[in-house]
Write a protein that binds this ligand. Structure first.
Ligand SMILES: Cc1ncc(COP(=O)(O)O)c(C=O)c1O
Length: 377
C-alpha cells in the first residue's frame, strides 16, 4: 500500500474503513455494453415497469426549462399535496432524495456512538449501514421463517436502543407483519420500563402493493398514539420515479422540526418535486400498477410452482426464490447471459436465493423462458 493511501486511510473514521460499496442492481445499458446483448430486461431493483404517470412526465418536461433555478428548499407544493392526499399536516411530513436519504438523515440526527439499533436479520440492508455509519451497535434479530419476528425484536430493545427498523413488507423477502403483530410490538416497546421508547421506523416502500391484504397495518392512524413512530414511503416504486430520487415519510412534528434543521437544503430536486406532486394526481396509474403486479405475481408463482421452484409468497412487487441446486450467484450469472438481470442475495445472507422483480407480462415470460433454459425443463 502506498504511503499516501495509508495516510488517507488513517484519516477515515475507523468504523467506515471496513465498508464495502452498496451493490446496486445493474443497469440495462451496462449489461448490453458488457455482454454485447441486444435485448436485456432488468428485474433487479423492484421498479414499476409501467413507468411514471403521464402527468408526471408532463410536469418534468415543463420543469426542465426551470432547472437553472434552485428548487424550493421547503418543497411547499409537494408537501401540500402529500398533506391533502394522506390527511396529515405538512408539519408531519419528511422529504428526502429517496427514502434512502431519509434513513441516513434520521441516523445522523438521532444516533450516538453508544446507541443500539435493532434490525431484523434479513431486512433491507440500508438500516444496518446507517447504524454502522454512526458507529452504533447493530443488533440483528433472527427471523421467524422469512418474516420479521416482532416479539423477538421487542425483547431485543433495552435502555440503549435508539431505534428499531421494520421493513413492511420487507425487501428481499416480500413478507409483511400484520396489524395485530405491529400493535403488540408498539405497545410492548412503549410500556417497557425505559425512560424513552426507541424510534420505530416503519419502512413502507411497497405500501401500495401490500394494501390489498386486509391485515396489513394502516400505520398513519397510529402516529398520534406513538410519537416515536416514523413512517417511510417512496415515489421510487409504485409511482415509477426511482431515477428522480424522491422519498417521503410521516413523523411527529418535533422529529420533523429537527429533521428540517439537519437535512441538506435542496435535497429534493426541482424535477423530483414537480413529478412527485403530479403523480399524486394520478390515482389510476397506481391502481393499474397494483392490478398488473398482482396478476403477474400470480402468473409467475404458478409457473414457478410448475417448475418445482420454491419461492416466498410476496406482498410486494418482487419474489424471493431458490432455484435448486444452483447458488444465487450462479443463477444471476446464467440469467444475465440470457439477457435477464435479477439480484443474487449474498449480501442478504441468502446465498441460495435470487430476488426477481415482477415485470411486464412479456418480461416475466422471458424470465421464465430463461429459467427453463437454466434448469433444462
Ligand atoms: C424496503 C426499502 N426501503 C427503502 C428503499 C429505498 O427506496 P428509495 O428509492 O426511496 O431510496 C428500498 C429500495 O429498494 C426498499 O426496498
Amino acid at each position: 500500500m502506498s504511503d499516501k493511501k495509508k495516510q488517507i486511510e488513517q484519516m477515515i473514521r475507523p468504523n467506515c474503513r471496513g465498508f464495502e460499496p452498496y451493490v446496486a442492481g445493474k443497469p440495462v445499458e451496462t449489461i448490453q455494453r458488457e455482454l454485447g446483448l441486444k435485448k436485456v430486461i432488468k428485474l433487479a431493483s423492484n421498479e414499476n415497469p409501467l413507468g411514471p404517470s403521464k402527468k408526471a412526465v408532463k410536469a418534468m418536461k415543463s420543469a426542465a426549462r426551470k432547472v437553472f433555478f434552485y428548487p424550493d428548499s421547503n418543497s411547499w407544493a409537494l408537501k401540500q399535496k402529500i398533506a391533502e392526499n394522506f390527511r396529515v399536516k405538512p408539519a408531519n411530513i419528511l422529504l428526502g432524495a429517496g427514502s434512502d436519504e431519509i434513513i441516513e438523515i434520521i441516523a445522523k440526527l438521532f444516533f450516538n456512538q453508544a446507541d443500539e439499533v435493532v434490525v431484523s436479520e434479513h431486512a433491507f440492508i440500508r438500516y444496518k449501514m446507517a447504524g454502522e455509519l454512526m458507529n452504533c451497535k447493530v443488533v440483528s434479530v433472527p427471523m421467524k421463517g422469512f418474516k420479521h419476528d416482532l416479539d423477538a425484536m421487542a425483547r431485543a430493545v433495552n435502555s440503549r436502543t435508539k431505534a428499531v427498523f421494520i421493513a413492511n413488507p420487507n425487501n428481499p423477502t416480500g413478507t409483511y407483519n400484520t396489524k395485530g403483530e405491529l400493535e403488540r410490538f408498539l405497545s410492548s416497546v412503549s410500556v417497557k420500563s425505559l425512560s424513552l421508547p426507541p424510534l420505530v421506523v416503519m419502512d413502507e416502500a411497497y405500501y401500495e402493493y401490500a394494501l390489498v391484504n386486509r391485515d396489513y397495518p394502516r400505520t398513519l392512524g397510529l402516529l398520534k398514539k406513538y410519537p416515536n413512530l416514523v413512517i417511510l414511503r417512496t415515489f421510487s416504486k409504485i409511482y415509477g420515479l426511482a431515477g428522480l430520487r424522491v422519498g417521503y415519510g410521516f413523523a411527529d412534528e418535533t422529529v420533523v422540526d429537527y429533521y428540517e434543521r439537519v437535512r441538506p437544503p435542496f435535497n429534493v430536486n426541482l424535477m423530483a418535486q414537480r413529478a412527485a406532486t403530479a403523480s399524486l394526481n394520478d390515482k389510476r396509474q397506481v391502481k393499474r400498477s397494483v392490478s398488473m403486479a398482482e396478476a403477474q405475481k400470480k402468473w409467475l408463482c404458478g409457473e414457478l410452482g410448475k417448475l418445482d421452484i420454491e419461492y416466498v409468497p410476496s406482498a410486494a412487487n418482487f419474489i424471493l426464490m431458490e432455484i435448486r441446486p444452483f447458488s444465487g450467484r450462479y443463477v444471476f450469472q446464467k440469467l444475465l447471459r440470457l439477457g435477464v438481470i435479477v439480484r443474487a442475495m449474498d449480501e442478504y445472507d441468502y446465498p441460495g436465493f435470487v430476488r426477481v422483480t415482477v415485470g411486464l407480462p412479456s418480461e416475466n415470460r422471458m424470465f421464465i423462458g430463461a429459467v427453463k433454459k437454466l434448469i433444462k425443463k
